[in-house]
Design a protein around this ligand. Structure first.
Ligand SMILES: Nc1ncnc2c1ncn2[C@@H]1O[C@H](COP(=O)(O)OP(=O)(O)OP(=O)(O)O)[C@@H](O)[C@H]1O
Ligand SMILES: [Mg+2]
Length: 248
C-alpha cells in the first residue's frame, strides 16, 4: 500500500533521511522508532507529500507522489488520516468543528450527519460531550485525543500517527493504543506510527523499523525486535544510558 524507496532528504548539509526503504502492506501497522530529531516526522511529511525528497520516491496504492498533479495528490490525501505531533488543532474553532472539518469541507454530508459522526468519534477517544468547548481549554492529552478523533473522522484507509501517546498519562496512553489496535483490526487501516514510546510500539505495531543516522537499521516483526541482539535497538528498547547511543 505504501512503498518508500531510496528516500533521501537533507536540510542544509545535514542528511536526515539517507536512502530509506520501507514497504507497508495493506492492513499493516508499521511503527517507526528512533531518537528525537532523527527524522521521524520528516518521514511522515514525505508520505503525505508535504515535503519533497531530494532523491527517492513514495508510492501509495501504486501512485508515485511526485507524478501526481495537485488534484490527484489532494484526492490521495482525502484517504489519509493524520495525527500530527502537536495536534494541529485550530484554536479559533470548537472541538467539534475541528473534528468535523474534513467532513464539512470535503463531503456533501448534512450538518446533522456530521454532528453524529463527530459525536461518535469523540466518544471513541473518550471525549464525549466536549464538542462545544474551545480547543484552547483542553489539556495536552485531550488535545491529542481530539486530534485523533479528527484523524479518523473521514474513515481513512491510511492513518499516519506522529507520537500518538507521547505526553499522555499511562492509562490514557493505553486507551489510545487500544483504539489504534481496534482501527487496525476493525477497519483494516494501513498505518505508519512514529514514536519513541516502546510500550506503545510493541502494542500497536505489526512491524517495527528503527531509524538511526538517517537509515533503517532494523526492520522486522515485533517479536524479532524484542529478541534482536542489535545493540542500538536493544539499548533503545530498554532506554539504557550506556551503550552505542549517547545521551544528548
Ligand atoms: N523544515 C525543516 N527545515 C529544516 N530542518 C528541518 C525541517 N524539518 C525538520 N528539520 C530537521 O530535521 C531533523 C529531523 O526532524 P524531525 O522533526 O523529523 O525529528 P523527529 O524524529 O520527529 O523528532 P521528535 O522525536 O523530537 O519529534 C531535525 O534536525 C530537524 O531540525
Ligand atoms: Mg517528530
Amino acid at each position: 500500500m505504501i512503498e518508500i524507496h531510496g528516500l533521501t532528504k537533507s536540510f542544509e548539509r545535514r542528511v536526515v533521511l539517507d536512502r530509506v526503504d520501507l514497504d507497508i502492506a495493506q492492513g499493516e501497522t508499521l511503527v517507526v522508532i528512533g531518537r528525537s530529531g532523527c527524522g521521524k516526522s520528516v518521514l511522515l511529511k514525505h508520505v503525505l507529500g508535504l515535503m519533497e525528497p531530494d532523491a527517492g520516491s513514495v508510492t501509495i496504492d501504486g501512485k508515485r507522489l511526485d507524478q501526481l498533479d495537485r488534484a490527484q495528490l489532494y484526492q490521495l490525501r482525502m484517504r489519509c488520516g493524520v495525527l500530527f505531533q502537536g495536534g494541529a488543532l485550530f484554536d479559533s474553532m470548537t472541538v467539534a468543528e475541528n473534528v468535523g472539518l474534513g467532513l464539512s469541507e470535503n463531503t456533501t454530508k448534512s450538518k446533522s450527519e456530521i454532528s453524529d459522526i463527530v459525536a461518535e468519534r469523540l466518544a471513541w477517544v473518550g471525549l464525549e460531550g466536549i464538542g462545544h468547548r474551545s480547543t484552547s481549554e483542553l489539556s495536552g492529552g485531550m488535545r491529542k485525543r481530539a486530534a485523533l478523533a479528527r484523524a479518523i473522522a473521514m474513515d481513512p484507509e491510511i492513518v499516519l500517527y506522529d507520537e500518538p501517546t507521547t505526553g499522555l498519562d499511562p492509562i490514557t496512553a493505553e486507551g489510545i493504543n487500544d483504539l489504534i489496535v481496534n482501527l487496525r483490526e476493525r477497519l483494516k487501516v494501513t498505518a505508519i506510527a512514529v514514536t519513541h514510546d516502546m510500550n506503545s510500539a510493541f502494542k500497536i505495531g505489526d512491524r517495527i523499523a528503527m531509524l538511526h543516522n538517517g537509515q533503517i537499521i532494523f526492520d522486522g516483526s515485533v517479536d524479532q525486535a524484542r529478541t534482536s541482539t542489535d545493540p542500538i535497538l536493544q539499548q533503545f528498547i530498554v532506554g539504557a544510558t550506556t551503550g552505542p547511543l549517547e545521551p544528548l
